[in-house]
Design a protein around this ligand. Structure first.
Ligand code: 2AM
Ligand code: CA
Ligand code: CA
Ligand code: CA
Length: 280
């Protein structure tokens, strides 16, 4: 495939190289992050390690593909308006790298070993490469459009679970306590009694990778950004699962309220969330 190689380096190889280099570096900083900034509130943190990881990834990508566009969380002002604008500015780019330098910063700060680096490449708005790397477990999740998804070289497949009753499902607690948190607390109230159990482990990208790997049957979260979801969405799609939003629209780069699953329980999840809304 000529289109996926420039200067002898494949897109996927560069994405993997970036994710593993950044992940290894992040791991050396665990319990030892220099400074901690609060972005919006005490629920929204950023460290020098987030910024350093993004710099490392950006520099590596730009060395290989200087004409590509780049969207990274730490290059964007906090808040939904700024992130919408930032995505709109680059969405039309032929090649766009979408990077979350640490997904799960709160976990990283507290030494709770569930966080990752998430790197996606979109071509004309469609994700063609997705890489999620968990440095604590040394787990590398890789997907290429049309070529499947792999963890440690082993092909992934979503779970075959047919019911919510038998499903392990994950969600997140949004940092926005005005609108998104109360909304999702109602969603949790509706879903928790219906599923086998619920996990809120603090990294959207890693939750998505776990859906791809069949470790979770579903995941939803309110108020996310393109960098949380782009890589994980391709991982799930290439593992036979389904990714969309709470209204049932299929995944695209602008999705914020994500519902992802093995596909079988997708409608049940969406219906339970909608029901919770209608009965608020
Ligand atoms: P982060 O660690 O990269 O910030 C946890 O529920 C998920 O929410 C994580 O993927 C986390 O990504 C994301 N998150 C944390 N703060 C957020 C905020 N203020 N707005 C949107 N998403 C956020
Ligand atoms: Ca963040
Ligand atoms: Ca994130
Ligand atoms: Ca982040």
């Amino acid at each position: 495939n000529n289109g996926s190689v420039i200067g002898g380096k494949s897109f996927t190889a560069v994405a993997i190289n970036c994710a593993s280099k950044a992940g290894e570096w992040i791991q050396t900083k665990l319990g030892n992050h220099a400074s901690l900034d609060i972005k919006y509130s005490s629920h929204d943190l950023v460290t020098e390690v987030d910024k350093g990881s993004e710099r490392l990834i950006r520099n590596l990508i730009m060395t290989h593909f200087p004409h590509h566009s780049f969207l990274g969380e730490e290059g964007v002002k906090p808040g939904p308006e700024a992130s919408t604008k930032a995505l709109e500015d680059v969405r039309e780019a032929e090649y766009l790298w979408i990077v979350d330098p640490i997904d799960g910063t709160t976990n990283f700060v507290h030494g709770f070993p569930f966080f990752c680096v998430s790197i996606a490449l979109a071509h004309n708005g469609e994700v063609i490469v997705g890489v999620v790397y968990d440095p604590m477990k040394d787990e590398l999740f890789v997907a290429e459009k049309g070529k499947g998804a792999y963890v440690h070289g082993k092909r992934m497949q979503v779970s075959k679970e047919e019911t919510l009753r038998g499903s392990l499902v994950a969600t997140g607690l949004p940092a926005d306590h005005q609108y998104a948190l109360p909304l999702n607390l109602r969603g949790i109230g509706a879903i928790a009694p219906q599923v086998r159990n619920l996990r809120i482990a603090g990294s959207a990208a890693l939750h998505m990778a776990y859906v791809a790997a069949g470790r979770l049957s579903g995941f939803w979260e309110i108020g996310l950004n393109s960098w949380d979801l782009a890589a994980g969405a391709l991982l799930i799609q290439e593992s036979g699962g389904v990714v969309g939003d709470t209204l049932g629209n299929p995944y695209h780069l602008g999705v914020r309220n994500v519902v992802a699953s093995n596909g079988i329980i997708q409608q049940e999840l969406i219906a339970a969330l909608a029901h919770a809304e209608a009965n608020q």
